[in-house]
Design a protein around this ligand. Structure first.
Ligand code: F6P
Length: 329
């Protein structure tokens, strides 16, 4: 008997850092699953909840009124116990006890590594690409990126008004521990003078030069965008400018956006993306196409083997960093 014939139920969980649009994906998985005759279960608090057996049946109405909400109605967690050698086995036992025959994992890199380990242990899993970092192989864009980017931009736009009033330089630290995508896009769309990302080293003096050049051409403000994972952190950069303020002739204030970028209501793009991915995941489970990540490539909903997804982290297109430099003048 093929998986296609045998799968009659699925469970869905969200894992890792939440992302605006996860709720749209949960809603789509639950409703499309039920509409196609599956019994659907929701797992509370990601892999931790799975190990603890927090699995409940979901109805179409359980996911009413959530598409416009940020965060995840199922809860999320980063779970150490799942990473232990017996983690996948314990999770599969819990899923089978609850009656779930397959699993949809909505999350980023770490979450999809967990999905792959469950699949390798013999349980049918489909992943959905969701992280504000946009660092997943197998999707041009992931759930939450567009909303997070707009949140960051709104802050940059606001800072620019006060910066211009006082002829100030501002450094804005955005999320992205290992990936500079969010910082790069914020820098381009926000018209920053300098963008610092983990993939390319930018020295404190280069940052100072970028700000000095902005003042020299008559700017009333200067914006520097720094990814939290950049080699020189926001603190390092501000300290350097402070130490050299007499020579440079300016100071720099810092704003860390932090988790505010993961909050708030998902925009239209993330609601639609989450919905497309959710329906796409159910379709794949029904046709027995498991062990894959559902993502978006050239605007088509696609499947990429989880093994390929977890092997490497996607880097941003570095040609866009040259764009940012070219246009900061
Ligand atoms: O993975 C998404 C992300 O927001 C990263 O950009 C950030 O480095 C990390 O999560 C923060 O993790 P936590 O919410 O566990 O502090």
């Amino acid at each position: 008997m093929t998986e296609k014939q045998s799968i009659r139920s699925l469970a869905v969980l969200t894992s890792g850092g939440d992302a605006p649009g996860m709720n749209a994906a949960i809603r789509a998985v639950v409703r499309a699953g039920i509409a196609r005759g599956l019994t659907v279960y929701g797992v509370t608090d990601g892999y931790r909840g799975l190990i603890d057996g927090k699995i409940r049946a979901m109805s179409a109405r359980d996911v009413g009124g959530i598409i416009q909400l940020g965060g995840t109605m199922l809860g999320s967690a980063r779970c150490e116990s799942f990473r232990k050698p017996d983690g996948p086995e314990r999770a599969i036992k819990r899923l089978r006890e609850a009656g779930a025959e397959s699993l949809v994992v909505i999350g980023g890199n770490g979450s999809q590594a967990g999905a792959w380990s469950l699949h390798e242990a013999g349980f049918p899993v489909v992943g959905i690409a969701s992280t504000i970092d946009n660092d997943l192989v197998g999707s041009d864009i992931t759930i939450g990126v567009d909303t997070a980017l707009n949140v960051a931009l709104q802050s940059v736009d606001m800072l620019k008004t006060t910066a211009s009033s006082h002829r100030r330089a501002f450094l804005v630290e955005v999320m992205g521990r290992d990936c500079g995508y969010l910082a790069l896009m914020t820098g381009i769309a926000g018209g920053a003078e300098v963008v610092c990302i983990p993939e390319v080293e930018t020295t404190p003096q280069e940052v100072a030069d970028g700000v000095a050049a902005a003042y020299a051409r008559g700017n009333r403000n200067a914006i520097v965008i720094v990814a939290e994972g950049a080699k020189y952190s926001a603190t390092d950069l501000v300290r350097y400018i402070e130490e050299h303020k007499d020579r440079l002739g300016f100071q720099m204030r810092a704003t860390t956006l932090g988790h505010v970028q993961r909050g708030g209501a998902p925009g239209a793009f993330d609601r639609i993306l989450g919905t497309r991915f959710g329906v796409g995941a159910v379709d794949r489970i029904l046709r027995g196409e498991t062990g894959v990540l559902v993502g978006l490539i050239r605007n088509e909903v696609t499947s990429t083997p989880l093994q390929e997804v977890v092997a490497v982290t996607k880097k941003p297109n570095l040609a866009l960093l040259d764009f940012a430099k070219l246009l900061a003048r």
